[in-house]
Design a protein around this ligand. Structure first.
Ligand code: 1PR
Length: 524
């Protein structure tokens, strides 16, 4: 029996799924007494340091937690739960941490994208039972903007490089905590959790210890999901967003099954986009929630879900906030949510009024679940113009002239799956969304979608220059070479594809095999 401390924010579903996969039964902490009685305690922390400490305080869990830690019973903390062990955090300077270890939690100050999202390595600093079966050169999944500066060097278990060398896990007696997410780190992560659960395992030092660790470029498989005309939920795929062929919705497979295949093939992340959710309300469209629940039982890499995340009033006048919709997705196994149409409308309003309200879906979800949990999915289309000052939007000089020889273009945002163009450009959208608290940009391109002609490098460079958060390049991948091209010619942190994977033209393993030795990747 494992006792799990769920303080109510973020995706504890994945941790429960991982522990159940390892044969454990999980009991949730209801009160401090459950912590007093616990034999093994797992504490997954997600979101904001201040919000987490506040909730722990309100629920009277601080004292029981501290007394559990000082009794040296088995403890595994994840992400913000590692940070909670320290004295304070720059994320919430007025809020004290548990102070179990000396040191402060600091924000990354680096030219690299922040949050630090993706698969990075680790340098083992002391032997531990969690290293059984590991070689030392594996990559683990991180997602955070703040890191621990541990002042008790004997407690540092691993360190990782990202602009600076930071403490990526600690161990002090039976207390173990990691900045990375073992529950999202594939088979390696499951192995680490299994080693924690099995206290008779001996402490070992892994064979390899890299001199420096490097963040991998991520390869993401995307599943566009909708109901077909028979009412079955299918993975579909558009050509420039048109998903119908001879009048019928293309059916490329079942969402849960395909996601599992891509996980087995080495996908670093899986994204589901509920592409018709702009007209159907997702909390009524329960099959999508069920897809997430089922997928997260067997897929131990990050899951993103998008579609229909916005405020909504149903036929009976019941109002749902975007935060409620997102919360349901997180509870069902999502690690990140992506916002498409609503982001465009929010940014239009901010530009019109000159101020943010604090109430938009982006701001609310980022506040509760953390910036890293909010992805903005952009659906832009090229608009050619004759001169750089033909429009008020940022215009680029393009190497692919328009149909009438136009040398310039801008990227128009669309909503409702490309059905409606707006007077807003993708560069401004990305920049304002970052200011509002978004943690990542998923940059589609309607012109390239489904064409197999390669990513729109000009679009990616234009948006990447405007933001400091990670950018996922999307749309147009037709070969393994296209992935190399996007990583060599832009600074995108990840590349996403759909059609080539669904049609089995180029499996993910082949893409990774081709990139190996040319760009940093995770070998699954
Ligand atoms: O607006 O918040 O409800 O979200 C709806 C989401 O659904 C948005 O993220 C939007 O991008 C997506 N979407 C809506 N309609 C479509 C469509 O195709 N008709 N799909 C759609 C977007 C683009 C990518 C695709 C890549 C790679 N699909 O997700 O997977 O272009 O494809 P490729 O490798 O085959 O070229 P909201």
């Amino acid at each position: 029996m494992i006792t799990l401390l769920d303080y109510g924010a973020g995706n504890v579903r994945s941790v429960i799924n991982a522990l159940e996969r390892l044969g454990e039964t999980v009991q949730l902490v209801q009160s401090g007494a459950d912590i007093d009685r616990a034999e093994r305690l797992v504490f997954p922390g997600v979101g904001n340091f201040g919000a987490m400490m506040q909730i722990l305080r309100e629920k009277n869990l601080i004292e029981p937690l501290l007394s559990y830690l000082h009794s040296d019973r088995p403890f595994f903390g994840i992400c913000v739960a590692l940070q909670a062990l320290f004295e304070s955090s720059e994320e919430a300077p007025d809020m004290a941490g548990l102070g179990f270890l000396p040191g402060r939690v600091k924000r990354f100050t680096t030219d690299l994208a922040v949050p630090h999202i993706g698969w990075n390595g680790y340098k083992a600093r002391q032997p531990s039972r969690i290293f059984n079966g590991l070689e030392g050169d594996e990559k683990l999944y991180f997602v955070h903007s703040y890191y621990v500066d541990c002042k008790e060097t004997d407690a540092i278990l691993t360190s990782t490089d990202y602009g600076c060398e930071f403490t990526s896990s600690i161990q002090k007696g039976n207390i173990i905590a990691t900045q990375f997410h073992p529950e999202k780190s594939g088979q390696v992560g499951l192995k680490i959790l299994e080693n924690f659960l099995n206290q008779s395992r001996e402490s070992i030092q892994p064979q390899h210890c890299p001199q420096t660790t490097r963040l991998a470029k991520r390869i993401i498989a995307c599943l566009d999901v909708r109901s077909n005309d028979q009412g079955d939920l299918v993975v579909t795929k558009g050509d420039q967003y048109d998903v119908r062929e001879k009048g019928a919705v293309r059916n490329l497979g079942k969402p849960v099954q395909l996601a599992e295949e891509y996980y087995q093939q080495g996908a670093d992340e899986i994204t589901f986009l509920n592409i018709t959710a702009f007209r159907d309300f997702p909390l009524e469209d329960m099959p999508m929630i069920e897809v997430l629940r089922q997928t997260s039982k067997n897929v131990f890499v990050p899951l993103t879900i998008g579609g229909g995340i916005r405020d909504f009033t149903d036929r009976n006048g019941r109002h749902y906030s975007a935060l409620e919709v997102a919360s349901e997705y997180f509870r069902s196994g999502a690690d990140k949510i992506s916002i498409g149409s609503d982001a465009v409308l929010i940014v239009e309003e901010v530009l019109r009024t000159g101020k943010a309200t604090g109430l938009s879906s982006i701001e609310q979800i980022a506040r509760v679940y953390g910036n890293q949990a909010v992805v903005i999915s952009v659906d832009p289309r090229r608009v050619y113009v004759d001169s750089p000052d033909a429009v008020q939007h940022p215009v680029i000089k393009t190497e692919q002239p328009g149909p009438n020889g136009e040398q310039y273009c801008w990227y128009q945002c669309t909503i409702k799956g490309g059905r409606e163009g707006r007077d807003l450009d993708a560069v401004t959208l990305a920049r304002v969304c970052e200011e509002l608290g978004a943690g990542e940009i998923l940059l589609n391109c309607i012109d390239r979608d489904g064409t197999n002609s390669g990513f729109d490098l000009e679009l990616i460079n234009a948006v990447k220059k405007a933001v400091t958060i990670p950018v996922i390049a999307s749309s147009g991948a037709g070969s393994a070479e296209h992935f190399l091209e996007v990583f060599e010619q832009t600074d995108a942190e990840a590349a996403l594809a759909a059609g080539i994977f669904h049609r089995k033209e180029v499996p993910i393993s082949e893409v990774k095999g081709f990139l190996d030795g040319k760009v940093e990747i995770r070998k699954a």
